[in-house]
Structures are given as C-alpha cells and as structure tokens.
Design a protein around this ligand. Structure first.
Ligand code: IPM
Ligand code: SF4
Length: 459
C-alpha cells in the first residue's frame, strides 16, 4: 500500500493500537529544557519510577538563561533555581545534560540537529511546541505536555492520535532575499493560525528541496504557528550531507545501514494526502507581520489593512499603528536576531551580509543572539561577530533571549521590535511590547534604518 512520509514514520513506531483515537508509539529521542520538565521529574519521583533509557534523553537550559554571562552565578533567583533543578534532576536520573558553560549549550531545537541527535526516521519529542523543527530531517517530531514528558521518560512510549496529512507544495523560483522565514509567514498568512490544526504538514517542491537544512528547520519550526504539531521534509542528499560526521551521527557501517533506511523515507508516488495546498513562490516578497498573531502579515502593497474587523482593529490598537499606514511608519526601538527559528549560522551570515559597513540607527537597541555555542563559535571564526559589533549590534551568548520574556532580555512596555522569532502574541517579548516578525535580513535592515524597510535589492 502506498504511504505518505508521515504514515511511514508513524507505522514504523506503532507499539500497539489502543483504539481508533489512541495509538501507543515508541519514542526514540526526548529533549528536555528547564521550563517544561520540573513537574515531569516530580511525577517520576512521586511514583518511584526510573527513566527507561536515560541516553535517549538530552537536556539543556535555554529559556531562562541570561545571554550576558559574566562568570558570576545567575542573578535572577527564579532562573537560577529553575536551571539548578534541571541539573539536579538530570544527575538524579542519569540523563545527559549540556552545562551552561559548554560550547554545546544552546536552544534545544538548535543543538539537537547540530549534535547529530535528530535523525531521519526517528520519533522526537520535547515539552516544547517548536519541536516541529526537527521534522526538517524527515523525523516525526512534535511538542508534548509536561505530564507526557514524564511518561516518555518512564516508558519510552506515548499515546497519540494519528494526524491527518496535508501536503504544502511549493512551485516556482524564490526571488533574491526571500528566505524560508518568508515562505513560512506567507503560508501562515494564507491558511491562518488554525489552518493546519489536526494535520501533519509535509513540505514539498523544488523551492523546498533547494533549501539548506537551516532553511528547512525554519520552515518546520513555524508549522506550529499554522496549527500543525508536525512539519516534515523528506530527507535527501542535503540532509545526509548535513548529518554526516556530526558528533552523534552514525559512523562507518552504521552510516551505510542508516543511509539505506533514510533513502526510503519519502512519500510514495501513489500516496494520498487528506489535504493539498499549492503555493507559487515566484511572487513572494520578504514578509513582515503587523499584528499580534503570526498570520497577520502585512499586505504586499506595504500598507496596513483598513481595520474593518474588530480583530484587526484590536491588533492595530495594541501595536500602536494606524489603519492604512505605510510600511515605513513602523519605527522600531529594538531589533532581535536569534531564536530557534532564525538563530543558526546561515541566519547570522544573511544578517551580517545585509549590514555592509552601515550602523544601527540612533536609539535602536539591536541584539544578535546565536542559537548555540557552536553557532557562536562558527560565527566568530568567520568574523561575523566583528561585523555586528562594529555596526553597533550587541553580540550575546546563546539562549532563547528576546524570543520570550522568560529571562533578562525583555522589552519595555510600548516598545517595538523587529524580531526574527516566531511569535508576536501580546506581551510575548515583555508586557505591552510590540513584535514584528520578519527574516534576518529584514531585521538587520530595520535595525540600520530605525524602521521596517521593504527590501527591494537585497545583497
Ligand atoms: C516554554 C515553552 C514550553 C514554550 C513552547 O512550548 O513553545 C516556548 O518555547 C515558546 O516558544 O512559547
Ligand atoms: S527560541 Fe523561542 S520559540 Fe524557540 S524554544 Fe525558545 S522560546 Fe520557544
């Protein structure tokens, strides 16, 4: 029987079907961070359970870590306690933990792939909605709740309801300066934040297979912002090339066996998707959101909507914007380049190349926060840190940073930020703060101009 990639991944992990709505799935990899796990560890302790296979788990602190590290203990007592708890829980249950001072520390969705821990064909879970990121490798990856994290640790299994399948097929030729972030924002603008609820999305078509792994991760990362817990790209030579030689990637004979399996991970030609969407990328321009949901993308003419629904009126009012105003009216106070959406080396390269000896605008605070220590190291090797610092950007240490107001990096009320992150909800970057989602080159350009700019001729 012909199968989609999702069905192949699902079927190869079924332990047993419990009912039409519940299947017990085997879980290959569990990522942990400090925010969603305290309660799961507590449950294990209360029920006197052990972790079934400790080495399939890997933990790292990212959400609450300060991105200015000065060697002193973490000043914020809540963050310090959260991180200390993760450390002691990992020690207690023999779960591998990446310490804060390691080069390998970083945002969980950046470090997993980078260390060769996210591989094609796996089931990957984490108590974090952006676990969809790892689907870029042709893995069945999805976010789970805190109590489910405990179940996975204790049993290596999870009860799940099978999703319907959706193919998002891209055609055409990407214009210069248009990135995976723009594809994601365009799709979300088209289908809405609930457009893919209940579906596992598979991204297909030449513009997708042309994307680097970084680009594919950006796209799958944002599948959740369209309502889908799972984004998938079938693995190919670009995937294999990315994985080869990474710390935890299979080696020698194991690599050969793995490759054989991985090459079979694609949707059969006759397979049926429950829903199909086609998108031509020819006309896609760099995107920016104006509102308080990722699907509130600015119309392509660069003017805000007229505010003819309560929803749009409320969004514009929160964002401090006038109906019908033009693009360039979005004066910014902050620019943020980072997060698990756009904090990878390719993102930093793109932003740095946009700077071209120019300087951050007066009054704008611009942060570059590499997604991991390894990204930071690589960027420094390439001299990107110098490009950013010379241009007036702050060069920080890895963490979720301004993507989420759970650490020291926070926007003051009423301030406006051009941000490469994935969520623009009210208060996301700090109480009463305003977020515009966009790509790394758009963020760099906004930082320099002091307002959002429609890039016509990107470098
Ligand atoms: C804190 C965490 C559970 C949350 C998530 O689930 O995604 C966060 O990472 C986010 O981006 O909002
Ligand atoms: S970078 Fe942002 S989206 Fe990603 S895991 Fe951290 S808080 Fe969540």
């Amino acid at each position: 029987m012909s199968k989609t990639l999702y069905e192949k991944l699902w079927d190869s992990h079924v332990v047993c079907d419990i009912s039409t709505d519940a299947t017990l799935l085997y879980i290959d990899r569990h990522y942990l961070h400090e925010v969603s796990t305290p309660q799961s560890f507590e449950a294990l302790k209360t029920d006197e359970l052990n972790v079934r296979r400790p080495k399939t788990n890997i933990a790292v602190a990212d959400h609450s870590v300060p991105t200015i590290r000065n060697g002193r203990p973490i000043a914020d007592p809540q963050a310090a306690a959260q991180i200390a708890l993760l450390e002691s829980n990992c020690e207690h249950f023999s779960i591998p933990y990446i310490p804060l001072d390691s080069d390998e520390q970083g945002i969980v969705h950046v470090i997993g792939p980078e260390l060769g821990l996210s591989l094609p064909g796996m089931t990957i879970v984490c108590g974090d909605s952006h676990t969809s990121t790892h689907g870029a490798f042709g893995a069945l990856a999805f976010g789970i709740g805190a109590s489910e994290c405990g179940t996975v640790m204790a049993t290596q299994c999870l009860l799940q309801k099978k999703s319907k399948t959706m193919r998002v097929h891209f055609t055409g030729q990407l214009q210069n300066g248009v990135s995976a972030k723009d594809l994601a924002l365009t799709l979300i603008k088209k289908i809405g934040t609930a457009g893919a609820v209940g579906y596992a999305i598979e991204f297909t078509g030449q513009p997708i297979t042309n994307l680097s792994m970084e680009g594919r991760m950006t796209l799958c990362n944002m599948a959740i912002e369209a309502g889908s817990r799972t984004g998938l790209v079938a693995p190919d030579d670009i995937t294999f090339e990315y994985i080869k030689g990474r710390q935890n990637a299979p080696k020698e004979i194991d690599w050969k066996h793995a490759l054989k399996l991985w090459k079979s991970l694609k949707t059969d030609t006759e397979a049926h998707y429950d829903k199909e969407i086609q998108l031509s990328v020819d006309e896609i321009i760099p995107q920016v959101t104006y509102g308080t949901r990722p699907d509130q993308g600015l119309p392509d003419d660069g003017h805000l909507p007229s505010g003819n629904t309560n929803e749009i009126r409320d969004a514009l009012s929160y964002m401090g914007l006038e109906p019908n105003a033009a693009f360039s009216d979005f004066k910014i106070d902050y620019a943020f380049i980072g997060s698990c959406t756009n904090g990878r080396i390719e993102d930093l390269r793109a932003a740095a190349s946009q700077i071209q000896n120019r300087h951050v605008a007066e009054g704008v605070i611009a942060l570059v926060v590499p997604g991991s220590g390894l990204v930071k190291k690589q960027a420094e090797k390439e001299g990107l840190d110098k490009v950013f610092i010379d241009a007036g950007f702050e060069w920080r240490s890895p963490g979720c940073s301004l993507c989420v107001a759970m650490n020291n990096d926070r926007l003051p009320p009423g301030s406006r930020c051009a941000s490469t992150s994935n969520r623009n909800f009210e208060g996301r970057q700090g109480a009463m703060s305003r977020t515009h989602l966009l790509s790394p080159i758009m963020a760099a350009e906004a930082a320099i101009a002091g307002h959002i700019v429609q890039i016509k001729n990107p470098n």
